[in-house]
Design a protein around this ligand. Structure first.
Ligand code: NAP
Length: 291
């Protein structure tokens, strides 16, 4: 029985963060320019509060100017659009992020599309999506989660995935679809699967690269995975377990880490895999926006 390499996203993100901090210091020294990141959060969603706090902490550790706009749950669409307009025109801000999901009364698409494509460090603007899907990646802000996944895949398989088959489980606009575009651009043969896919296990079993972005705890098990595959687990699921009569909650991915580790070549843990890479890619996009 082999044991997969545990892909340490936390360590890679820390390393990248140091490089971003050094580049930021250089930008300040040579051009008197500090990258500025504005994060807008609406409402009290506890998971979103944690994500935003982590993004702010990382931005500060990179030496960025970081501002947070925390708005009440009942903030109107017009107020948010007004704030984004101000940020679009604020020369000290180079990256704008609106934390998703938004409260139900808001029009998410209108809000994400109101961010200037040049400050769209989440990569959700149609201009950036268009550049990504038409192969102009060097010119685009690529969504942070798939961009981070791609770097980890490259570490294990190289930048050219010619001849390899990749299966993406999940077709969301923020993970599954941009992930598929990046893999395709790296010459992988890509299959995108979703809730209507027939024989999902059989499809996943053919993959040399599996990216799981579903939101279902431990769905992908050992016998779904081809021996030697590289497995990237994007899922973040909170589950409860009872140990010695005490109920505790913990995070787990979409992949059953223990059993899949017995067959995969390399696998990301949850937490400590994709999550930290997502945040550092946001910093990387913000530095690029400032430059
Ligand atoms: P999403 O928008 O809810 O999309 C989930 C996708 O999974 C959909 O395409 C859905 O198919 C598919 N799906 C649902 N049930 C399925 C099933 N039984 N079999 C096959 N496919 C199924 O989610 P998301 O925003 O992409 O996020 C996915 C997961 O990644 C979540 O756990 C989220 O918390 C996590 N996430 C993590 C990070 C990070 O930084 N680590 C970043 C973003 C998201 P349909 O399209 O047919 O409904």
């Amino acid at each position: 029985m082999t044991t997969a390499i545990r892909i340490d996203g936390k360590a890679k993100a820390a390393e990248m963060s140091e490089k971003i901090a050094a580049d930021t210091a250089l930008l300040k020294a040579e051009h008197d320019l500090t990258p500025g990141l504005a994060v807008v959060i609406i409402g009290e969603d506890p998971a979103s509060q944690i994500y935003v706090r982590n993004k702010k902490k990382r931005a500060e550790s990179c030496g960025f100017y970081s501002v947070q706009h925390s708005l009440a749950e009942d903030t109107s669409q017009e107020e948010i659009l007004r704030l984004i307009d101000e940020l679009n025109n604020d020369a000290s801000i180079h990256g704008i992020l609106v934390q998703l999901p938004l409260p139900g009364h808001l029009d998410e698409q209108q809000i994400t599309q109101s961010i200037s494509p040049a400050k769209d460090v989440d990569g959700f603007h149609f201009v950036n999506i268009g550049k990504l899907t038409s192969g102009r990646t060097a010119d685009a802000f690529v969504p942070c989660t798939p961009a981070g996944c791609m770097l980890m895949i490259e570490d294990h398989l190289g930048a050219d995935l010619s001849g390899l088959s990749a299966v993406v489980v999940g077709r969301s606009n923020i993970v599954g679809k941009p992930m598929a575009s990046l893999l395709l651009q790296a010459n992988a043969t890509v299959t995108v699967t979703h809730s209507r896919t027939k024989d999902l296990a059989g499809v996943v079993r053919r993959a040399d690269i599996v990216v799981a972005a579903v939101g279902r705890a431990n769905m992908i098990e050992r016998d779904w995975v081809k021996p030697g595959a590289v497995v990237i687990d994007v899922g973040i699921n909170r589950i409860e377990s009872t140990v010695d009569g005490e109920t505790k909650s913990r995070l787990t991915g979409d992949v059953d880490f223990e059993s899949v580790s017995e067959v995969a070549k390399a696998i990301t843990p949850v937490p400590g895999g994709v999550g930290p890479m997502t945040i550092v890619m946001l910093m990387s996009n913000t530095l690029r926006a400032a430059r």
